[in-house]
Design a protein around this ligand. Sequence first.
Ligand code: BMP
Length: 260
Amino acid sequence: LRTQLEFKERAELLETSKIAQKIFKISLEKKSNLCVAVDVDTADKLLDIAEKVAPHICILKTHIDAINGVTDSTINDLQLLAKQYNFLIMEDRKMADIGNTVKLQYKKLVDWADLVTVHSVSGGMMLKGIQEVINENTDHCRGVFIVAELSCNGNLISEQYIKETVKIAEEYKDIVAGLVCQSHDVISSPSLLQLTPGVNIKNTNDNLGQQYQSPSDIILTKGADIAVVGRGIYQDDNPAEAAKVYKESLWNTYLERVSN
Ligand code: BMP
């Protein structure tokens, strides 16, 4: 079973993509399966939080289009932090257009974002567009997470949509790191990573449909390999300490899961 295998074994599987291997490797080196979503509104805050959580994360997730004052130098500083502290940068753009448009959009991200998120709604050709860009940029290791389920109540994703999304992920395995999803039974292949948002120790929801679970629920019940935490960390009075607490709780639950 995917959820019972250790990251080390999963990284060594033949069908595991280079980008997924890289995530497994960083995760093991840092003993962290924590991805922090830094959804702040200014570039200064982005760099401030990034530096504070950096030692505790395997992936830093951005919505760069929601942040004011981002310049080339912001991106450069973020990349320096990523190098210094050994984490990957994921731009959560949730691309969803026709292949050609996604290809044009992705060309602006491939230089700096190790990972991007995509919706599968347009089908496989969108992944082909991204694959072409990745294959032209051979000096970087790049990949995508495909959204298969959403954490908010009232979303329109159906069982059929989830099944077709998994098929697309299998078809483009060379560039797919994994799926963004909420249930343990979406991904069966141990070579794909399950990234799961909606984690918060103090709250169970927000006022806009977000639904939260605890770190152990997300890893044990929902089957997450990597958990995404946003407000639980960047809105805390001490984001560095909060990141450490989430990291330890998530990693210990992962160890518990694979030891069974
Ligand atoms: P928070 O922990 O503050 O609720 O942030 C969750 C983050 O994960 C946000 O950046 C959001 O865009 C993202 N996300 C989510 O909450 N649910 C999903 O299903 C997919 C997401 O990418």
